[in-house]
Design a protein around this ligand. Structure first.
Ligand SMILES: *Cc1c(COP(=O)(O)O)cnc(C)c1O
Length: 505
């Protein structure tokens, strides 16, 4: 007898026996299959306001003291989630840059969490670590980036870009920046260069890692929203003359607003000339570099020192999966590794804890790896190419609509707006400009909550535009053909209502 006798043959509250697990799992998989099968006939979103969601999901209740039967918890959760979620797996979802999840990746996540390897250390994840090494290499191979470098999977494009920036910092600082920090730069300001169209990850990281936002030189863009490389050169020269230390230039391979691609070859050339690290943010467009006939302007990313790409965008991996690639196989270790006494490591293999900011790491490679195996290079080439062609088709179709004004088309993004007939000739008038911005903002709001289709927006030189981005293997030409009429119908409706309140002319 001891005070621990209750622990003999312990049965914990969380345990689910294999028979019940099988039952619950089969039921859930059946429900998911039905959801996927019926996706086209659902709305993209229920469009319910926050308070309704909170009530339906009971998210304002306090933590329950005791539990509920697993089958009941799962049943209720899946039912509510199915009803009140927004589906980026819907064929008419074209918002932001978020893909439909590959079904094999959905199963992959289940498999990955069942094994639950900790992919921080090889010893804890021998199979998973090797799968991640191969996944990273395949991603590099697909894009034509040197496959003998190294890389790591992270949560997304933001983190992949952070990793590239930190690799650049460690490689190019003229002192031991990891030991001494930025203050030891002897007053020399480290400088980062990027186009004005760069995603906000750069501001976040300049802030988070102590460079400060003022360390970033945002370089003007040309008429196509591509970095002006002459302006880049001038900025580097000016800062160098002032005693600063330029260390990295960021090229964007597919901007988040319009899909603009910086002149990557020219940027690479300047980086060589001034001995700067060349990082490419290819979170959106990077993978299109692997598509013959469409990737030409992206090919320059192959000369980068580091590239960020997002498998949860154009590899259609379920969230989350980003990937940082580096040319120098040592660059990640040089930026991230430590060897504390409590780690016992396999030396002959990669320990991903040494390659990035994370410690314990999940098996996010599996969902990406399975999909790459399922369809191969040719499958991805075809899907990415078709996404680009669908955006192109949309842009052409929109040309036939008098009340729709088109703006840009690049990669798989098309931008446009609704302009009522009587305002067409007065677009330059400030009061009309302001009204059209307001009108299109309201149209977007109604489309997004309406659930027929989902687009997002961009602001181009002060003009508010609607933006469709096709990173969706479910989208067909019929889906695309349906969009203009939705925009027109909502446009007319919204305009009529808004004109009751005010006259823009
Ligand atoms: C999506 C995107 C990011 C951010 O990536 P997340 O996966 O959302 O973290 C950064 N840069 C570009 C160009 C992107 O398209």
């Amino acid at each position: 007898m001891s005070e621990y006798d209750d622990l003999r043959g312990r049965k914990a509250a969380l345990e689910i026996d294999p028979e019940q697990f099988r039952m619950l799992g089969h039921r859930l998989v059946d429900q998911i299959a039905e959801l996927m099968g019926g996706m086209r006939d659902r709305k993209v979103t229920a469009g319910a306001p926050p308070q309704v969601i909170r009530e339906k999901l009971e998210t304002e209740r306090p933590l329950p003291e005791s539990g509920t039967e697993a089958s009941e918890v799962l049943e209720k959760a899946s039912e509510r989630l199915f009803e009140y979620s927004l589906y980026n797996g819907h064929p008419k979802f074209w918002g932001y840059i978020t893909s439909s999840p590959a079904p094999i990746g959905v199963l992959g996540d289940l498999l990955a969490s069942s094994i639950n390897p900790n992919v921080g250390g090889w010893l804890l994840s021998p199979a998973a670590s090797e799968v991640e090494v191969q996944t990273v290499r395949w991603i590099a191979e697909f894009m034509g980036f040197p496959a003998d470098g190294s890389g790591v999977l992270v949560s997304g494009g933001n983190t992949a870009n952070f990793v590239g920036l930190l690799a650049a910092r460690a490689a190019k600082a003229t002192w031991d920046v990891r030991e001494k920090g930025l203050r030891s730069s002897e007053g020399r300001q480290m400088r980062i260069y990027a186009s004005a169209e760069t995603h906000t990850w750069l501001e976040k990281s300049a802030d988070m890692y102590g460079f400060g936002r003022e360390a970033v030189r945002f370089i003007e863009t040309d008429g196509s929203l591509r970095m002006d490389v002459e302006k880049l050169r001038e900025a580097i020269e000016r800062d160098t003359a002032a005693g600063d230390q330029p260390f990295v230039v960021i090229g964007t391979a597919g901007s988040v607003s319009t899909g603009a691609v910086d002149p990557l070859d020219d940027v690479a050339e300047i980086c060589r000339e001034y001995d700067l690290w060349f990082h490419v943010d290819g979170a959106y467009g990077g993978l299109a570099a692997g598509v013959p006939g469409y990737g030409d302007e992206l090919a320059g990313l192959r000369n980068a020192d580091s590239v960020a790409v997002d498998p949860h965008k154009w590899l259609y991996a379920p969230l989350e999966a980003g990937c940082a690639l580096v040319r120098d196989p040592e660059a990640l270790q040089n930026a991230f590794s430590y060897h504390p006494p409590y780690y016992h490591f396999e030396e002959e293999a990669v320990n991903f804890v040494d390659c990035g900011p994370q410690n314990s790491r999940g098996f996010r490679a599996l969902k990406v790896w399975l999909a790459l195996k399922q369809v191969g290079r040719s499958g991805y080439e075809r899907m990415i190419r078709d996404d680009i062609r669908l955006a192109e088709a949309l842009y052409k179709i929109l040309d036939g609509y008098e009340d729709i004004e088109r703006f840009t088309h690049s990669l798989s993004i098309a931008t446009f707006r609704y302009v009522p007939k009587d305002l067409r000739d007065q677009k330059k008038k400030p009061s009309v400009q302001e009204y059209l911005n307001e009108l299109n903002r309201e149209i977007l709001d109604r489309i997004e909550y309406g659930g027929e289709a989902f687009v997002s927006n961009a602001v181009l030189d002060g003009t508010y535009v609607l933006r469709a981005c096709v990173v969706n293997f479910r989208t067909t030409l019929e889906d695309i053909e349906a969009l203009p009429d939705i925009v027109l119908r909502v446009g007319v409706e919204t305009d009529t209502e808004m004109r009751r309140e005010k006259n823009p002319v």
